[in-house]
Design a protein around this ligand. Structure first.
Ligand code: TNX
Length: 754
């Protein structure tokens, strides 16, 4: 009998498992029970003396906007009535402050917590159990949840300088955070391209600094502009409204005021902030890093103190973000005044001057009872004593800061920059790089390099959404979803509950929810993922993958044969031409987008290649293989990820053509984009050899064509088996050029032998 009963239970249990709501982030513990709670518009909420006013308001607002009703709030209910209640966990218990219990029983729903914040998170789980259709009453599965977060800092950032987003979208974005149980919104309010917060004492900041005359069109380096004036800022009243809105969702807003770099908008409004006050100024119209930064004068410090005073009045946040990133030091090197500060304060160099700058600001912010947080560049030249660090150039800065016993928020570009695309196949405008959903999900904010004790300084992590290429909220949604849901699980769920297979299973439910919220999202995860990879015998192959449920892949041969057949193994590319692929269902009906790839083959394609020095990890491609993989960059659609990159190093490549043969021409494709510190090689030379030991330099028929995609070629017209290509790095970037003083990058793509 017992056996039969448990079997019956298991059957019911399985049914409810199939309908299991996609609660994300996954709670610490969920137990489903057989049966249902019926929620209707007459279900009462039990509350007296305005207890849980904020939580109830959120729930009722959500019900109102998504289902069109509010639940009645009553001070008393009958035991046999169907109701939602809040109960408190004793404050002396060791239950975490943000934790909650959610019990959906047959006749009541109870949310238990120690704090109101905990109850708020209980509401978030409850709304995820509601069906995404207006079919009343709701049949909610019976369950018991016990839940609390893994990390104390769970954040999202949004850049409103490069593009401006109205208060309505900021509120929607804050709701996204709340519904993912995140608690910090990092509001990037100022940058070179626009100052977006009203400061009463300095009206020109928004009047002048809030507008740029035009904006770069297309990808960085296009050199085309839209000839349209672009303006926007938030009034202090709007800021207050947003801060209140966030507080009602237990979200802290960290405002960022960038200094001393990324400050052209402020400098254009008040040129005395600059070390070159007399040179022409304009709010930036393109992206990148600019040399004109704030000068460490009394005017500047006085200005910043006044600005920060107003900012501190508006934002209750303990942390105030002061930027500190990407501040080139040329202006300070050229400024007599900056040099006099270095001398007078006995500083070693401009990095110590930056550290002095930040420490002076820190003292001021501390005097107001607040703390500073800055990008990891604030470590250079010595960290300010109480500063927290946001690690974006990988985890290195975060690790170093934690070792120095400073608090850290991890935000490494890989994988937490959500301005990078979620697919290798992106056809809308984004920054070139790629951060996959899986990589976000797999991220662990606690680096192995830290001791257990130093790990305590890692407060959590956040994703950054830089808005150079995004000018509307739907595009932001498309960039953040579903990666933000993956990040929420990284930050909230215990590692024991982190399970990719479970997340993948919940994805369709999550996507349905984004639609329910009237938000856009990316389906890249289900797209065909093409990759050009090296086969076991060095051959070039085209590897195609999809997770599209029930999908088959067909692949279409190059334009010459025009035949198509189902994909089984990576396609060996032994003939040049266009190859195309798409996804079909079992009935051969096309259900995916077409992916096309042009392969251009030559004598070097798929041959053995070795590099003397490996490329930099950030632009590693597939090492030498990327130079002979048959894929060439085409003018006008350059993506820097298609190149391999070397910083401060040369490219030296050796190719074995396998047999002595006629070599009429050797070509190297390189790339220049000075604004990104990518400079053309200072020289390129070509060599041939018959034995792979003695090389002869090719001295005839050398040419160089193109200005961004630069093609270096030579015409040896001899027989040879081995080829060597040597491209020398441009070296240190000279003063007056973008990135002055830094090591330049060398970018190379295909080597062709004809
Ligand atoms: C680097 S991350 C920046 C931003 C850009 C971003 C683009 C950081 C502290 N600085 O100014 O918008 O790259 O991905």
């Amino acid at each position: 009998m017992k056996f039969i009963l448990s079997l019956a239970l298991a059957v019911i249990f399985n049914v409810s498992l199939a309908q299991m709501p996609a609660i994300t982030p996954m709670p610490v513990k969920v137990n489903y029970k057989p049966g249902f709670f019926l929620l209707s518009s007459s279900t009462k909420i039990l509350s007296y003396d305005n207890h849980h006013k904020i939580e109830i308001k959120f729930l009722n607002d959500y019900l109102q906007s998504h289902y069109g009703f509010r639940l009645p709030v009553n001070a008393k209910v009958n035991k046999n009535e169907n109701y939602i209640s809040f109960s408190s966990i004793k404050s002396e218990s060791n239950y975490p402050d943000e934790g909650y219990g959610l019990n959906i029983n047959k006749n009541n729903i109870d949310i238990s917590s120690k704090t109101n914040m905990g109850a708020f998170y209980g509401i978030q789980s409850l709304i995820q159990v509601l069906p995404m259709e207006k079919k009343f009453p709701f049949k909610l599965p019976l369950l018991a949840i016990k839940d609390y977060p893994a990390f104390s800092y769970r954040g999202m950032h949004l850049d409103v300088s490069r593009h401006f987003f109205p208060v309505s979208y900021i509120k929607k974005y804050i709701d996204y955070l709340a519904m993912h149980k995140m608690n910090n919104f990092h509001w990037h309010l100022t940058d070179d391209q626009g100052w977006r917060i009203e400061i009463k004492k300095y009206p020109l900041l928004t009047q002048v600094g809030g507008c740029r005359n035009q904006t770069l069109a297309g990808r960085y380096g296009s050199d085309k502009y839209d000839s349209t004036k672009y303006c926007g800022y938030y009034t202090q009243d709007q800021i207050k409204e947003v801060v209140k809105y966030a507080a009602e969702r237990y979200i802290n807003i960290i405002p960022e005021i960038e200094m001393p770099g990324h400050a052209l908008a402020a400098i254009t409004a008040y040129p005395q902030l600059s070390c070159y006050p007399d040179s022409a100024k304009k709010v930036a119209e393109t992206w990148g890093v600019f040399e004109d930064i704030m000068c460490p004068t009394d005017f500047t410090f006085n200005f910043l103190e006044n600005v920060l005073s107003e900012v501190i009045e508006l934002f209750p946040s303990t942390y105030i973000h002061i930027g500190g990133d990407e501040a080139p030091k040329e202006a300070w090197k050229n400024s007599d005044f900056a040099q006099s500060v270095i001398k007078e304060k006995k500083l070693k160099d401009e990095h110590e001057l930056q550290s002095y700058f930040i420490q002076r600001i820190e003292k001021f912010v501390n005097s107001k009872g607040r703390k500073i947080i800055g990008w990891d560049e604030i470590l250079e030249g010595g960290l300010a004593p109480n500063a927290a660090v946001m690690s974006w150039r990988g985890e290195k800065g975060g690790i170093e800061a934690a070792k120095q016993k400073h608090y850290v928020v991890m935000s490494p570009e890989k994988p937490l920059y959500f301005d990078h695309s979620q697919t290798r196949n992106e056809d809308s405008l984004t920054r070139g790089n790629y951060n996959s959903l899986e990589d976000v999900y797999a991220y662990n904010p606690l680096p192995a390099a830290l001791s257990a004790n130093d790990r305590k300084y890692v407060m959590g992590a956040q994703a950054n959404v830089w808005a150079e290429y995004f000018d509307n909220g739907y595009k932001i949604d498309y960039m953040i979803f579903p990666r933000m849901s993956a990040l929420s699980e990284v930050l909230w769920s215990p590692s024991s509950q982190k399970n990719w297979a479970s997340f993948e299973q919940r994805l369709p439910g999550l996507m349905k929810r984004y639609e329910w919220w009237n938000s856009s999202y990316s389906t890249a995860f289900y797209d065909l993922q093409p990759a050009v990879v090296q086969g076991p015998n060095n051959e070039i192959t085209w590897k195609l993958q999809t997770r599209f449920p029930g999908a088959k892949i067909i692949y279409v041969k190059d334009s010459t044969t025009n035949s198509s057949y189902p994909y089984k193994n990576p396609v060996v590319i032994d003939r040049p031409g266009y190859y195309g692929a798409t996804v079909t269902d079992n009935n051969h009906k096309i259900i995916g987008k077409w992916t096309n790839q042009l392969f251009e083959l030559n004598k070097a394609s798929g041959k053995k290649i070795t590099l003397t020095t490996a490329p930099n990890a950030s632009y590693a491609g597939q090492g030498g293989f990327s130079l002979i993989d048959g894929v060439q960059n085409k003018l006008g659609m350059v993506k820097s990820t298609q190149f391999i990159g070397f910083v401060a190093k040369d490219l030296e490549a050796f190719i074995d053509l396998e047999k002595v043969q006629q070599v009429d021409e050797i070509i190297l494709h390189a790339f220049e984009q000075q604004g990104s510190w990518i400079y053309r090689p200072s020289s390129v030379s070509f060599f041939t050899s018959n034995d792979g030991i003695n090389y002869t330099e090719v001295k005839t028929g050398i040419s160089k064509t193109g200005d961004k995609n630069i093609i270096y070629a030579c015409k040896p017209a001899i027989t040879a088996r081995f080829i060597k290509v040597l491209a020398k790095n441009y070296g240190k970037i000279p003063s007056g050029m973008p990135g002055a003083g830094a090591n330049s990058w060398l970018f190379a793509d295909e080597i062709e032998v004809k």
